[in-house]
Ligand binder design. Structure first.
Ligand code: DX5
Ligand code: ZN
Length: 222
């Protein structure tokens, strides 16, 4: 089953609880949190306290995408706050085997994230230890960017690489996914599709979530 993961980065933070619940009612499968520190990426967002607040009311799994330096230091806090999935970038995690093992030892699913400019070969070793790969289809840092079309080719290549090495690893994709490309992206091999502005910038968040989820179900029948 293809999973839809709304990214709250594009939410109206004044109405955050209400908007997250609209995603829940619209059929979202998990909620994606873009954690940024102003060092690894040129933007600052939020830390574990936000997940903790949402966790109290939201029945869906929380997915923490860490775009921060020294992620090991903060991973226990995010898992304690309620993250069931935690991902770290291959580009800035020097002892990534240890980091993924840390995430798993604390009871969460461990993901490795790869930026558009990083060769897929950087994943060859690490996918032995990961539960999922998060393929960036924009450069991390901001919502609302244009999907990098080459990501489709990378998705297909990544799928093939995982078939050879570790087929149980799920593929998540993040950045520039909207109703005009979600079916193409799903068909190219993504299992979990992150959508930020394509959900939160719409007039009716519940209806839009529902529409995109239906499109994912449709993509599986093709
Ligand atoms: C970018 C983030 C994405 C972003 C996706 O650094 O990782 O999750 O919020 O937003 P859209 O769907 O607007 O590209
Ligand atoms: Zn993200």
């Amino acid at each position: 089953m293809k999973l839809l993961a709304p990214s709250i980065l594009s939410a109206d933070f004044w109405r955050l609880g209400e908007q997250v619940m609209a995603c829940v009612e619209g059929g979202a499968d998990l909620i994606h949190f873009d954690v940024m520190d102003g060092h690894f990426v040129p933007n600052i967002t939020f830390g574990p306290v936000l997940l903790e607040s949402i966790k109290k009311h939201c029945p869906l799994p929380l997915d923490a995408h860490l775009m921060i330096e020294n992620p090991d230091k903060y991973i226990p806090d995010f898992i304690k706050a309620g993250a069931e999935m935690v991902s770290v970038h291959v580009e800035n995690t020097p002892h990534i085997h240890r980091t993924l093992e840390l995430i798993k030892s604390l009871g969460a699913k461990a993901g490795v994230v790869i930026n558009p400019g990083t060769p897929l070969s950087a994943l060859e070793e690490v996918v032995h230890y990961a539960d999922f790969v998060l393929l960036m289809s924009v450069n991390p840092g901001f919502g609302g960017q244009k999907f990098i079309q080459r990501s489709i080719e990378r998705l297909r290549k990544l799928k093939a690489l995982l078939q050879d090495i570790n087929p149980s690893v799920l593929i998540e994709i993040d950045g520039g996914i909207k109703e005009d490309n979600i079916v193409e992206v799903a068909k190219a091999g993504a299992d979990i599709l992150v959508v930020g502005s394509g959900i939160f910038h719409s007039e009716d968040i519940k209806a839009q979530t529902n529409k995109l989820k239906d499109m994912l179900i449709f993509s599986e029948a093709l």
